[in-house]
Design a protein around this ligand. Structure first.
Ligand SMILES: CC(=O)[C@@H](O)[C@H](O)COP(=O)(O)O
Ligand SMILES: NCC(=O)COP(=O)(O)O
Length: 255
């Protein structure tokens, strides 16, 4: 990545639009429109649009994914559970990337990473099926050496490190410890030849230390951007997040 070319992003931002759909679905209206959110996020500097078609369709719906796919100018990163229904859907839609994630109906949000080591055969079959459709596959995993090794063995070229525990850490030592786990995992993934992304629970005041890890290529961030948009507008919220990430990567310490 060259710092000489101002158009080359130093770290990519994938804007997750799930919770735009959450807001829409709360009232059964047609607004706010996730498609409009995706297109405006691209205009504001998003390098990719991430969306999670959950099995319970609590936010993004099939029709959203179908409508957004041909309109994107960047990349679509579709988050998907490892089920036949979802993998077949993804193979039909053909997003650029599919990120395989664990899913539990009763969870408020994705509580941990995919247990690739335990469900190795199912994950490997899903990776192969998606790859046959020309889709790049990412595995959303905890910062854990066992999972990283299993992800590489399953044939996925990309991993996304789940940063939820880092984001939820409350004491200084806990934050330091969780950050260290992420840092070590990123290096581990790199050594195994994987593209390493990260995300979950990142917001405007905790993203800096993660964005500063030079080997991370992309951060996927959603809930915090939707929340900030309430106060400063959607495009400004995307721009602000991207600026914070870029500054952190370049070592510029903002007051
Ligand atoms: C897998 C993941 O981390 C994203 O899908 C994101 O968290 C979206 O929000 P929900 O977990 O609330 O669906
Ligand atoms: N994969 C993580 C993601 O897409 C965004 O998670 P969050 O920022 O909504 O917690």
């Amino acid at each position: 990545m060259s710092l000489l070319n101002p158009h080359t992003p130093v770290i990519d931002l994938g804007v997750n639009i799930d919770h735009v759909a959450t807001l829409r679905n709360a009232r059964g209206t047609v607004y706010p429109d996730p498609i409009q959110a995706a297109l405006l996020a691209e205009e504001a500097g998003a390098d990719c649009i991430t969306l999670h078609l959950r099995e319970d369709r609590r936010h993004i719906r099939d029709a959203d994914v179908e409508a957004i796919r041909p309109q994107l100018r960047t990349r679509m990163n579709l988050e998907s559970a490892v089920t036949n229904e979802m993998i077949d859907f993804a193979c039909r839609i053909k997003p650029h990337d599919v990120c395989l994630v664990p899913e539990r109906r009763n969870e408020v949000t994705t509580e941990g990473g995919l247990d690739v080591a335990r469900y190795f055969a199912e994950v490997q079959a899903a990776v192969r099926q998606l790859q046959r459709s020309g889709i790049r596959v990412s595995l959303f995993i905890d910062p854990d050496p066992t999972q990283i090794r299993a992800a590489a063995e399953a044939g996925a070229p990309v991993i996304e490190i789940h940063t939820g525990r880092y984001a939820e850490a409350t004491t200084e030592s806990e934050v330091r410890q969780e950050l260290e786990r992420v840092q070590l995992s990123v290096l581990d993934g790199m050594r195994q030849g994987l593209k390493v992304n990260a995300g979950h629970g990142l917001h405007y005041t905790n993203v800096q230390a993660i964005a500063a890890i030079t080997e991370i290529q992309e951060l996927n961030i959603g809930h915090a951007i939707v929340a900030q948009a309430v106060f400063i507008g959607w495009k400004n919220a995307v721009k602000e997040m991207k600026a914070i990430m870029t500054a952190a990567r370049l070592g510029i310490h903002k007051k």
